[in-house]
Design a protein around this ligand. Structure first.
Ligand code: S3P
Length: 162
């Protein structure tokens, strides 16, 4: 139950902050995207292209279920994981921190990013996905942090709130 779980949209800085928090608190870091890629021995883009998004989402659920039974983890979630209601019970295994850098900064960070399958449909699609997800992230979060500035600032804010 003492896990720290970072959620938020693509580009919000979950992985970077998770690394800093894990180092600071001496906790184990798990990035769900990296963990799935490691277990599958292929990229997320490959999983989407070969087996489809539903297959990737099932792998996310399987993984977060497994991690929720563990302790002392800092978990950086892929951007869609906390949106899926099926996963909500497993997010109760820790404090959920939402990172949000706002839509303009999000677009600057991820528009045109070829490694993320869900940025392929362009700006309007990213904006509507962000707007749809924002209240869902907020509903599962215990703490909300503005991550629009640099990582040092975000890290300091996180430490002061934890
Ligand atoms: C996704 C976000 C990605 C990755 C996948 C789907 C999403 O993770 O899980 O491409 O649905 O927002 P990041 O948030 O780490 O980019």
């Amino acid at each position: 139950m003492n896990n720290l779980i970072l959620c938020g949209f693509m580009g919000s800085g979950k992985t970077t902050l998770a690394k800093r928090l894990a180092e600071h608190f001496g906790m184990e870091l798990i990035d769900t995207d990296a963990e799935i890629e490691k277990r599958e021995n292929r990229s997320i883009a490959d999983i989407f292209a070969t087996d489809g998004e539903a297959c990737f989402r099932a792998k996310e659920t399987e993984l977060i279920k497994e991690l929720s039974a563990r302790d002392n983890l800092v978990i950086a979630l892929g951007g869609g994981l906390a949106v899926n209601e099926k996963n909500h019970p497993y997010l109760k295994s820790g404090r959920v921190i939402l990172l949000d850098c706002g839509i303009e900064e999000t677009l600057k960070r991820i528009e045109g990013d070829k490694s993320r399958p869900l940025t392929a449909n362009g700006r309007e699609d990213i904006i509507s996905r962000y707007n749809f997800r924002r209240p869902i992230y907020e509903a599962v979060a215990d703490i909300i942090i503005d991550s629009s500035e640099d990582i040092d600032r975000t890290f300091k804010t996180a430490i002061s709130l934890l």
